[in-house]
Design a protein around this ligand. Structure first.
Ligand SMILES: NC(=O)C1=CN([C@@H]2O[C@H](COP(=O)(O)OP(=O)(O)OC[C@H]3O[C@@H](n4cnc5c(N)ncnc54)[C@H](OP(=O)(O)O)[C@@H]3O)[C@@H](O)[C@H]2O)C=CC1
Ligand SMILES: CC(=O)[C@@H](O)[C@H](O)COP(=O)(O)O
Ligand SMILES: [Mn+2]
Length: 398
């Protein structure tokens, strides 16, 4: 029986909701008991209130200070404390919990993930952007606090499960699988007409809008390449990407003797979340199971970095080091959101990232030596400003 006091940062999103759903199912199966300390959300007050009514956390927090009264009203009579604003989310992240899910999307999740990393709790990290921005420092912070970082991103969860942490020298390379997204076979010429609705329609996974666009451009795999290099302390040249359209093998570890170990499962985030919730134990819940005979075959192909240049840009940013991964992440986030707002064409997402990386390097944007989180946020802010200018100049030219 697994017993945990849990906080979920970003509980109203795709990963956050899957986390609470999994907890519900595991409790229903009699294999776990949970208390909830804190739930945090953004604009979706109705979902946050519904979750708080079900789980009765000590506190529920919305990121938007202007929505505090609305949240208070929605929680009336529950005994759940309401709070609002980015600082309140950081405060929620350091409340007593032994398992904290960091599932806020984008760099907005960095401060709370950083705060949670210092508490000594197990940090279940879905927010890949915080690893890309602060990887080695974030990992070290968890280690020093006596906590444990468990990756939730499906590929990194897969690697984590088959990686020999006690003997990393046995590993020759990591292989990240990529679905290839909804435009895997679309010719580049047709990509100019891609709409946000088409881009968020991922073939295998049900996810939030930003990561769905990242999958469509393969910037997601670029972020994951950086994430893997930091998490498993391995150079980018020893992290391969292979396109596997079925998303059944979630990633692989190749050993020096030629053996390759893989983790497989249905494309459902509750499986990697279950792993993070119970590791090194295993959580029994009514999980979706694989039927390999029904699947029939699994297929693989090389990624096409001409049609999906974001992958190459991420690899270059990782090799450049310093602040380049933070710039990559910030520019990608600004561009993906501009695409979702119909202010930018699909193909221009990677173009904005490339241009921002070049301009930020020219402007000498680099991390300071202060607190890694504050230093990363300063780089992030400057890179966002540059990316915004790049988008504005593209729109003037159009
Ligand atoms: N979805 C997936 O299957 C996977 C996701 N990930 C990673 O997990 C993270 C979450 O992804 P996903 O669940 O898809 O994202 P969603 O967009 O579905 O959810 C994001 C969450 O963050 C909250 N949020 C948004 N903006 C802010 C802000 N400024 N401050 C505080 N909270 C905010 C949202 O609140 P609200 O909705 O109330 O506005 C919501 O709770 C991302 O980093 C993603 O890359 C990794 C692997 C798989
Ligand atoms: C579920 C998950 O971890 C996502 O990051 C998923 O992997 C996206 O799929 P692709 O980026 O491979 O299309
Ligand atoms: Mn992933």
């Amino acid at each position: 029986m697994i017993a945990r006091r849990v906080s979920v940062l970003g509980s109203t999103g795709s990963v956050g909701s899957s986390t609470l759903d999994l907890m519900e199912q595991a409790q229903g199966a009699g294999s776990a008991a949970f208390e909830v300390e804190a739930l945090t959300g953004g604009a979706n007050i109705a979902r946050l209130a519904e979750q708080a009514r079900r789980w009765r956390p000590r506190i529920a927090v919305t990121a938007d200070p202007a929505r505090l009264n609305e949240l208070r009203d929605a929680l009336a009579g529950t005994g759940v404390e309401a709070a609002a604003g980015p600082d309140a989310i950081v405060e929620a992240a350091v409340r007593p919990a032994d398992w904290i899910m960091a599932s806020i999307v984008g760099a907005a999740g960095l401060r709370s993930a950083w705060a949670a990393a210092g508490t000594g709790a197990t940090l279940a990290l879905a927010n890949k952007e915080s690893l890309v921005c602060c990887g080695p420092a974030l990992i070290e912070r968890v280690r020093r606090s006596g906590g444990r970082l468990i990756p939730v991103d499906s590929e990194h969860s897969a690697i984590f499960q088959v990686f020999p942490a006690e003997a990393p020298e046995r590993v020759s390379k990591l292989v990240l699988t990529a679905s290839g997204g909804p435009f895997r076979t679309l010719p580049r010429a047709a990509m100019t007409r891609i709409t946000p609705e088409q881009a968020v329609a991922h073939p295998n996974w049900s996810m939030g809008a930003k990561i769905s666009v990242d999958s469509a451009t393969m910037a997601n795999k670029g972020l994951e390449l950086i994430e893997a290099a930091y998490l498993f302390d391995i150079p980018g040249e020893r992290v391969d990407v292979v396109v596997h359209p079925e998303s059944i093998i979630h990633s692989l570890v190749e050993y020096v003797d030629g053996s390759t170990l893989a983790q497989m499962g249905a494309p459902d985030m509750r499986t990697p979340i279950a792993c993070a919730l119970s590791w090194p134990d295993r959580l029994a819940w009514p999980a979706p199971r694989l039927d390999l005979a029904a699947l029939g075959r699994l297929t693989f192909e090389a990624p096409d970095e001409t049609r999906f240049p974001a992958l190459r840009l991420a690899r270059e940013a990782l090799a450049a080091g310093g602040s380049a991964p933070i710039v990559f992440n910030a520019a990608n986030e600004v561009a993906a959101l501009a695409f979702l707002d119909r202010r930018l064409g699909f193909l221009n997402i990677a173009a904005v990232v490339a241009d921002t990386l070049e301009k930020a390097t020219g402007a000498g944007v680099s991390c300071g030596s202060d607190d890694a989180c504050d230093a990363a946020l300063a780089v992030d802010a400057e890179a966002r400003r540059i990316a915004g200018d790049v988008i504005a100049s593209l729109n003037i030219a159009a």
